[in-house]
Design a protein around this ligand. Structure first.
Ligand code: PLP
Length: 379
């Protein structure tokens, strides 16, 4: 068998494909030298708002900042203060990247972790409902791996209980739920443009979207030192601005995002077909009302998950576990409230395994990965 080295995402192949367009965008930057919040950022914000069909799109310095600033803007709007209280509870998932829960703590509120749905990996609307108390102020849902949460149910619970909803869309740029782009269904959507994301830049970058004019205004002010007017700080803000170089990369890639997401979906189909019939594996689901971006292709491996991971890694396949440690198991998050047993999240943390997926993955590489998995299970 030929030897391969297959990364989980391949930015070099992507750059080779987009090189001319990215370099042209860069050359423009050297004509203006407006490096921070410059014209490229304004153009990108306009294009991305149109693509996502949202009123306001505001570029920030990272996906983490997009979450933090969104929560700060919500605190200012709802409480007229820059922080929530410790008694204010925000419900979220334990199956996410650190940043989701970190942002809730940074906003002053207490994160309440509830279980996920076993089939989709996403937060369970039923468990959200059970966890609501008189102190609950909002929900941060995470569209994990690129698949949308059950937003109709989440928005219904939120509406009935007067809660805000923030969509952590870091992994799901361009994904769709019931005809709408993920990130645009609730009060605010936060995106990450970390280089390996399905829409990524060449450093850190992030975006906040909303249809609420007041929230948009607050986020714009907060990202630039709380200044409503130059040198007049109204709030304690941040230096959290998208820069022209990152906006240039994003402008070039935005033109291809649908094509790239489509390619990811085709690769997912190939994995689905190739792994069919293996009783040790459950392939990722895509409910009828959703379009999955397959930012990650994550299997449930029902037996010998760690051995399979080691085997694939030893054969040059960069399979990984997202995430090996649940949020409630981390030292920094001891102050989170954990509602009931996080049964499904705990089971999933022992089963999940992500395979390489990116728009430039070759047919022979997909076949190689499938054949290795079949070989491992001797089928
Ligand atoms: C679900 C989720 N939320 C938030 C973030 C934070 O984004 P960033 O790394 O751009 O700060 C990430 C990125 O890894 C993520 O996957």
């Amino acid at each position: 068998m030929r030897k391969f080295k297959i990364p989980i995402a391949d930015l070099i192949r992507e750059y080779n494909f987009l090189k001319r367009e990215i370099q042209k965008e860069f050359r423009d930057c050297f004509k203006t030298h407006d490096w921070v919040l410059g014209s490229k950022v304004t153009i990108f914000e306009k294009h991305v708002a149109k693509y996502l069909r949202t009123n306001y799109a505001i570029g920030v310095a990272s996906g983490t900042d997009a979450l933090v600033l969104s929560l700060k803007a919500l605190a200012l709007k709802l409480k007229r203060r820059e922080f929530f209280d410790k008694k204010d509870e925000i419900i979220t998932t334990p199956l996410t990247f650190i940043a989701t829960v970190e942002a809730i703590l940074r906003s002053g509120a207490t994160p309440v972790l509830v279980d996920v749905d076993y089939d989709t990996f996403n937060i369970s609307p039923f468990k959200i409902k059970e966890a609501i108390t008189k102190n609950t102020v909002g929900i941060v849902c995470v569209h994990l791996y690129g698949l949308g949460c059950q937003m109709s149910e989440i928005l219904k619970v939120a509406g009935e209980n007067n809660l805000f909803v923030l969509e952590d869309t870091a992994q799901a740029f361009g994904g769709v739920y019931k005809g709408k782009k993920l990130g645009t269904l609730a009060n605010l959507g936060a995106y990450s443009f970390f280089p390996s994301k399905n829409l990524g830049c060449y450093g850190d970058g992030g975006l906040i979207v909303t249809n609420d004019r007041k929230l948009a205004e607050l986020v714009r002010v907060l990202r630039n030192h709380g200044q409503q007017k130059r040198y007049h700080a109204k709030y304690i803000g941040y230096n959290s601005r998208l820069d022209s170089i990152q906006a240039s990369v994003l402008l070039a890639k935005l033109n291809y995002i649908d094509k790239f997401n489509k390619k990811r979906r085709e690769i997912a189909q190939k994995y689905h077909q190739g792994l069919e019939g293996l009783k040790e594996i459950k392939i990722p689901l895509e409910p009828k009302d959703s379009i999955h971006t397959y930012h990650l292709y994550t299997l449930k491996v029902l037996s010998k998950r760690n051995q399979l991971l080691q085997f694939l890694n030893s054969k040059g396949v960069d399979a990984r576990i997202y995430y090996p440690v649940l949020i409630n198991k981390m030292e920094a998050f001891r102050s989170c409230v954990v509602k009931k047993r996080l049964e499904n999240a705990t089971i999933l943390s022992k089963q999940m395994l992500s395979l390489p997926i990116h728009p430039f993955l070759k047919e022979e590489e997909i076949d190689y990965i499938i054949s290795l998995i079949r070989k491992f299970f001797r089928r």
